[in-house]
Design a protein around this ligand. Sequence first.
Ligand code: ADP
Ligand code: MG
Length: 568
Amino acid sequence: MNRITILPSDVSQKIAAGEVIERPFSVVKELVENSLDAQATEIKVEIVEGGKRLLRVTDNGYGMSRDDALLAFERHSTSKISTEADLDHIRTLGFRGEALPSISAVSHIILQTSEKNGSSGTLIEREGEEVHRVEDIAFPQGTSIEVADLFFNLPVRKKFLRSERSELGQVVKYLTQAALASPEVRISLYHGKRKVFDYPRVGQLKERIFQVHGGDIIDRILEVDYKDGHLALFGYASRPPTGRRDRKQQFFYVNNRPVKDKTLQAALNQSYKSFLEKDHFAEAFLFLSLPLFDVDVNVHPTKTEVKFIDSSAIFRFVHRSLEQALLKAMGVKEIYPSQKEKTHEFFVSEFQKTPTSFGFKKRRPDEQALFPFPKSEKIEAIPVLGQYSNMYIVAAGKDELLIIDQHNAHERVLFDRYVEIDSQKKWPQKLALLPIVFDLSPSQIENFEGGRELLEGLGFRLEEMGGRSYALKEYPGIFKEDEAKDIFLSLLEDVQEERIEDKKHKLLATLACKTAVKAGEVLTREKMEYLVDELFKTSNFSLCPHGRPITVKIQKGEIEKGLKRAKN
Ligand code: ADP
Ligand code: MG
C-alpha cells in the first residue's frame, strides 16, 4: 500500500515558514539582517500592535533590481552564497535564502526597492503564495518591506501570539542587540506613532552602549581588547565589584552575529567568579572574532547559535582575555575583592519585629520543649545535626537522614510568606534615604510600563526624571537600600511573562530568591533550626518556587545496608 504523497507547495511553504518565523520579532530580525547585509547605514522599523497587525522595515542599502526582487521570494534564492564551499566562510547574516519566502508564505507583503534614486524602482505585492502586483515606482535607493496580518493563513500560530506589549518587548530586545553590533548604522523603532528610540550613527561601540543604556553604565564597565593569533575579543564588561543579580545583560557576538552560546557564557562567568560577590554576574557586550572556517553558523533555524570547531580553545581564550582586562583594571594587588566576607542580614528587620507571624524568633536549643512554636504543634521538630559544605543543612528525620539545600529551603519559606503578605496587600514600604537615580534602557522601560502596577503593588515607587532617568523613591522593606536597585532591575525581567498570575509568581519567586540566604553562607545553629522548622510548615517543602528540589533523603535502611548492619 502506498502511503506517501508529496505535500502541495503552499503546505510545505507554511511548514518551512514555521521554522524561521515564530512571531513578529522574528520577521523584524530577518528583515533587519537583510538590511544590514545590504550595507544600509539607516534602518527604520515601524510596527503596529506589537507587529501583529503591521510591521515595516525601511533601509538605505543597495536595493534590488526588478529580477532580483522577483527571485528573492523563491525558496533558496540568495545573493550571499553560491556553492557548498561558501558555507565554510559566511560573512553575511543571512545565507539560506529562506526568510523572504517564509515571511511571504504567511502574510501580506509589499516590497519596494530601488538600486538608485529615481523612477526605476520596483513594487511587488504578495499574499501567501499569490503575487498581486508588480509595478514600476519612484523610490529612493534602498528597500522597504511591509508585512501585514502575520499568520493570517495559519490560525494556530496566530493564536500563540502574545499581547501587543509582549511582542513589542521582544522586538525592542532584538533591535537593541542588533544596534549594539552596528554602531555605524542609525537604527530607529516606532510603535504606532510613538518613537521608542532613534540611535544616530556613532563611531564606536562604547558610544552605542551609552545611547542604549544611558549614562550610568559607562562607569560600571571596563574595556576588553585582546588578541592572540587569529582570535580577538573586544567589548565591554562589568567593572568589579559592580555586577548584576542575574545573567540577563550578557550579550555575545561571534563575527558580529548576535548569538546565544554556552561556551562564551561559561567563560565569562568563570572569569568573574572571584571578582564579584556571590550570586552576582557580569554585564557584558563581547565581540569574538575568529576565522570564518573555525565556526559553523549553519546549525540553527534562526541562526542564533553557532558551533565552534574547538570550543575548549575558545573557552580558554575568552577566559584569558577577560582575566587580563580584569587584572589590568583592578591593579593586580587588588584582586579578589569578593573574598571580603559580606555580612548578610539573615532575616529582614521588618519581620523581626513581628516574631510570631513572620520572624526569626531567637531561642536557645533547650527552649523548644517548653515553648513550641505556635504553628508547629502537629509537626515533630527535626533535629539539625549541622551544616555541610556551607550549603546544606544536615538533619535527622525519623527514619532517614535529611540533606537540605539552605538556599532553596529559605526561598520556599520566604516565597510562601511573600504570597501571604501579597494576598493581604501588606508589603512594608520603605522610603529611600535619597532617591536612587538610574537610567533604564528602552527594553527595560517597556517592561516597566507593562509591569508598573504589579511592581507598585509590591511597594516600589519609581518616578520618571525625564529622558531615560528614573528615581526609585520607595521600595519594599524586606531588603536593604543598597540592594533595592539591583533587585528592582531583576524584577523588571520577570514582568514580561504573559499571564498576570505567572508574572506574580515569578516576581515573588525572584524576590524570595534575592532575599534568601545564599549557598556558601555560614549559618548558625539557630538559623538552621529556624529554617528547618519553617520549611516543614510550608505549602511544598520538597520543591522551591522555581521547581528545584530542596531535600535529599538517605533512608536509614540504606545506611544500614552500606554498613552491613542490615538484618536480613
Ligand atoms: P538570505 O538573506 O538568506 O539571502 P532572504 O530570503 O532573506 O535570504 O533574502 C533573499 C535575497 O533577497 C537576499 O540574498 C538579497 O539578495 C535580497 N534582499 C533581501 N532583502 C534585501 C534588502 N533589504 N536589500 C537588498 N537586498 C535584499
Ligand atoms: Mg536574509
